[in-house]
Design a protein around this ligand. Structure first.
Ligand code: HAM
Length: 422
């Protein structure tokens, strides 16, 4: 039985490369741990929501593209439901429901697994994890700068530098001004944004044909993009990033407009500089979504970003930035004399209770086989109990890095190993 296309198995550790693409929990935990640590450093609090939501949460809010990619079905209670394809509508729903309980602005993060029935391509799966960081209840552009700084520092914490990635910053407001100066029909703005979003993935003549009925020439759209001057709101953001010493990571690029329907103000995406991968991350302001999701009951400005694990993992791998993972065993207890198994189990229990990762052979095995296993598991020490002629039991400790061996009284083993771990 094979797994479904577009889904991943996560093996505990990275395995030698095979034809299949291999994912590991070690790498995933490394990415998640870094995401959590940096988000907390910026004062963000973690939340989560249900992986299954009412279908209606996404229709008309996220935009056609994502709605066309939903994993949706009717449940046994005749409800139309969907696996979450993104976190933002869930967050908007949760924020609207409990907003009175939280002082504004509030800064929240989450690491949801998301599901999109997409055509499989490099960096695209039918399931991925995404770091979502959002700020609710702040109109000031200082919040946009705070969020972009967090995005930059998250990538820096993973070892990436300004030579590896760039944040392309744009503004839906700038695009709306451009659109309304030429087209009075505001209902067509989203169709226009969709064409702009796909410009670099579409043939020029096809883009021109889509723009013509909206009253635009491809050349004037291209000229607006290459003009690239920050409008007032983007200048405020750039100034605050410059004050933090992070200006070099950001470039004004009106080629970014974002595909999702709900964005209202500054929008941004992070890309690898060599242009080998899809966007690592994307986000922006969505000041009307909470009002829309709450049926007009709660009106709060909001902004955020989503950073996917798939592109990030591929980028880190290609730049050699995934660390060497260690199983982290402090000790492997060798049981060469089966009469010492009860004493060995007592010691193993003590070591584990002291918080030291410890393993051993569950069944009798030859000494050299057990020792080989200790090496394979990357144990720091082996411990072997011995019984002297007097009947007294003591331990032999071997440091597997230095290969030094020492005799240690039974009652001192735990202490010695704990000290060796520091
Ligand atoms: P998004 O641009 O759809 O935004 O996704 C953000 C990132 O998630 C992308 O840049 C990409 O790295 C990753 N991603 C998206 N789809 C896939 C996929 N099928 N396979 C692998 N990776 C993927 C959003 O989802 C917004 N809700 C982000 C946001 C949060 N905006 C405001 N707050």
């Amino acid at each position: 039985m094979e797994r479904l296309p577009g889904f991943r198995d996560f093996y505990p550790e990275p395995l030698p490369p095979t034809k299949d693409e291999l994912w590991s929990m070690d790498a995933r935990n490394h990415i998640f741990d870094t995401w959590r640590a940096v988000a907390r450093r910026y004062g963000f609090r973690e939340y989560d929501g249900p992986p299954l939501e009412p279908l209606e949460l996404y229709t008309n809010k996220s935009g056609e593209e994502i709605v066309g990619q939903l994993f949706n079905f009717t449940d046994k209670g005749e409800r139309a439901v969907a696996m979450r394809p993104e976190m933002t509508p869930t967050l908007a729903r949760m924020a609207a429901a409990q907003e009175r309980a939280y002082k504004k602005p509030f800064k929240w993060f989450s690491i949801p697994q998301l599901f999109r029935y997409e055509k499989q391509q490099k960096g695209r799966k039918r399931e991925h994890f995404q770091l979502n960081c959002d700020i609710i209840g702040e109109n000031d552009r200082a919040a946009d700068a705070e969020l972009i700084a967090l995005l930059i520092d998250t990538l820096r914490a993973l070892g990436l530098t300004s030579a590896d990635f760039v944040v392309r910053l744009s503004s839906r407001n700038a695009w709306s001004d451009f659109f309304s100066s030429r087209c009075p029909d505001a209902t067509k703005a989203y169709d226009f944004f969709q064409v702009v979003d796909k410009l670099d993935r579409t043939r020029a003549e096809d883009s021109a044909a889509l723009l013509a009925p909206l009253g635009f020439k491809l050349e004037e759209v291209q000229a607006f993009i290459s003009g690239g001057q920050p409008n007032a709101e983007l200048q405020l953001i750039l100034d605050q990033l410059a004050a933090r010493g992070l200006r070099d990571f950001v470039r004004i690029d009106y080629g970014v407009i974002r595909g999702l329907a709900y964005y209202t103000g500054p929008v941004f995406e992070a890309f690898d500089i060599k242009g080998e991968f899809r966007a690592i991350c994307g986000g922006g302001r969505y000041d009307h979504l909470i009002k829309q999701v709450s049926g007009g009951k709660v009106d709060l400005p909001a902004l955020g970003f989503g950073m996917g694990d798939v592109v990030l993992f591929e980028l880190l791998k290609s730049r050699g930035l995934l660390p060497a993972f260690n199983t982290g065993l402090a000790a492997y207890v060798l049981i060469e004399d089966e009469t010492l198994r009860p004493d060995s189990l007592r010691l193993i229990q003590q070591l584990r209770e002291a918080g030291l990762p410890t393993d051993f052979s569950l069944t009798p095995a030859k000494g050299d086989k057990q020792f080989k296993r200790a090496i394979e598991l990357n144990a720091r020490h082996t411990v072997r109990l011995e019984r002297a002629a007097t009947g007294e039991v003591s331990g032999k400790l071997k440091d597997l890095r230095t290969r030094e061996e020492s005799n240690v009284p039974l009652e001192e083993i735990t202490q010695r190993l704990a000290a060796g771990q520091r």
